[in-house]
Write a protein that binds this ligand. Structure first.
Ligand code: ADE
Length: 250
């Protein structure tokens, strides 16, 4: 079994790569695909780059050229459900492109596929949920330096399952946040890649899971929080959850 692991940011892949054995790199479409064993699992690790087009291209290459059997995406998101705080995590039940708009039919419907909310793989997502729970309870508060736990006000982080919305937009206004909360069913958070990774996986028939840690509250302060969070917290979260997930993939 070979797993494709995708992160949106270089910082996350740079940290995970340190744990990869016999690291070999193939460059396709400007992306470095890291091939090797990660925590005992045959893995191809790559940065998706930012946005739906970039991540769909990356996912297609992973599936078509590297024959991965499953895809796992891990990264950050902006909280939309008011219960989600910085440091909390979301494992997707399904994902939706919140900027997809064509006349007729359901909101966000993808023509020809005739579906709006693309379901994640149940078994992989259940294992992802357990993995995040394990990481949050055992390691997260030690991995992130105290100074940043205080700065991000992370006290007792939680993980929830729900819908993740993706669009080619960094959401940083209360108005857009409210619109998402009112229009996307069961939404937990917003990001820029998950639903396009999902569409590529859906069309190729490859199981996938999306794990996201909340870096900001997708409001007027969002861009201020984001960069620091990636550097000081998200990298550790991604590494820790992928490690815990891979130990369950036997
Ligand atoms: N990724 C992390 N925070 C985000 C936000 N506020 N909007 C879109 N993508 C994000």
């Amino acid at each position: 079994m070979r797993i494709g692991v995708i992160c949106a940011m270089h910082e996350e892949v740079d940290l995970i790569r340190k744990d990869m054995q016999s690291d070999k790199i193939e460059t396709i479409a400007g992306r470095d695909f890291h091939i090797g064993k990660l925590y005992g699992v045959d893995t191809v690790l790559v940065v998706s780059r930012i946005g739906k087009v970039a991540s769909a291209i990356t996912t297609s290459i992973l599936i078509d050229r590297f024959n991965v059997d499953k895809v796992v995406f891990s990264g950050t998101a902006g909280g939309v459900d008011p219960k989600m705080n910085v440091g909390d995590a979301v494992v997707a039940t399904s994902s939706v492109q919140h900027d997809f708009k064509v006349p007729g039919g359901d909101m966000f419907r993808i023509p020809l596929l005739d579906i709006s909310y693309l379901p994640t793989d149940e078994e992989l997502s259940k294992k992802a949920m357990e993995a995040v729970q394990e990481y949050i309870s055992n390691d997260m508060l030690n991995d992130i330096p105290k100074q940043y736990l205080d700065e991000f006000k992370i006290i007792s982080p939680k993980v929830e399952m729900g819908v993740i919305a993706s669009g080619d937009e960094f959401v940083c206004s209360k108005e857009r946040n409210n619109w998402l909360y009112e229009n996307v069913k069961d939404i937990k958070c917003v990001e820029m890649e998950g639903a396009s990774v999902a569409q590529a996986c859906f069309e190729y028939g490859v199981p996938y899971a999306i794990i996201r840690v909340i870096s900001d509250c997708a409001n007027d302060d969002a861009s201020v929080d984001f960069d620091l969070f990636i550097k000081e917290a998200a990298c550790h979260f991604t590494r820790g959850t992928v490690k815990a997930l891979f130990s369950r993939l036997g």
